[in-house]
Design a protein around this ligand. Structure first.
Ligand code: DC
Length: 226
């Protein structure tokens, strides 16, 4: 099986670029952020608030009740939480912040680890997240770290939310993005960082098509060499 690990900060274009690249390569696309978002949604539905002092302990205690299931439907990953399709709901901005907090809990990371590895054992996969090249799939044949400047990432994320009629402002999006980047890169367990053997892909000056082309080129270069 071939594994391509794609990591990077919020809004670098990882998911859209990874989804399209996977399609053209004939690989499945696995969005691991969705799994953390699913856990976060469950905690929010249970009335926990990520700003509470005991949020992490309470969230960890809920894990035995949580059933997270990514399902491929018509080639698209949908996320099922205890049997319910929550693919849309997990995209709400308040769930993004809670997902970042939930993802700093070691028990949560452990809970989702095998699920992610299992996908890669069974499929040629392009998997996107924060720790795929470093922790989840350290022996992935291809590792790419996608990034872009914070302003450009916030602009893209803002446009995405506006399209979905989510009420927000650019400043709010930039503030949330900076907070999440900080939290994701400073947590003790599996922080966002570039794997030593990853290739850096800065998409600040690239459009969508150029970014996809670059990912496909990188995959071919690495795989054809083997
Ligand atoms: O990629 P995303 O924005 O949907 O991810 C939501 C949160 O989940 C993000 O703030 C950090 C966390 N995450 C993680 O810690 N590890 C991953 N492999 C994927 C996401």
């Amino acid at each position: 099986m071939i594994s391509v690990a794609i990591d990077g900060p919020v809004g670098a274009g990882k998911s859209t670029v990874a989804r399209e690249s996977a399609k053209r390569l004939g690989f499945i696309y696995a969005d691991t952020g969705a799994l953390y978002r699913g856990v976060a949604l469950y905690t929010v539905r249970k009335g926990l608030n990520e700003s509470d002092a005991d949020y992490k302990e309470k969230a960890a205690a809920l894990l035995p009740e949580i059933k997270i299931e990514p399902r491929l439907i018509d080639g698209e990953q949908k996320l099922f939480l205890c049997g319910e399709d929550v693919s849309e709901e997990i995209r709400l901005p308040e769930i993004s912040m809670a997902a970042s907090t939930v993802s700093s809990i070691p028990e949560v990371r452990g809970f989702l680890l095998e699920l992610q590895r299992d996908i890669a054992r069974k499929n040629n996969v392009l998997m996107d997240g924060r720790d795929i090249g470093t922790v989840v799939l350290p022996s992935a044949q291809v590792k790419i770290f996608i990034t872009a400047s914070p302003e450009i990432r916030a602009k893209r994320r803002f446009q995405e939310l506006v399209k979905k009629d989510v009420e927000t402002t650019f400043e709010q999006v930039l503030g949330d993005l900076n907070r999440r980047d900080y939290q994701d890169s400073h947590r003790a367990v599996a922080p966002l960082k570039m794997a030593e053997d990853a290739v850096l892909l800065d998409t600040s000056e690239l459009d969508f098509e150029q970014s996809v082309q670059r990912v496909i080129e990188l995959v071919h270069t690495k795989i054809d060499k083997k």
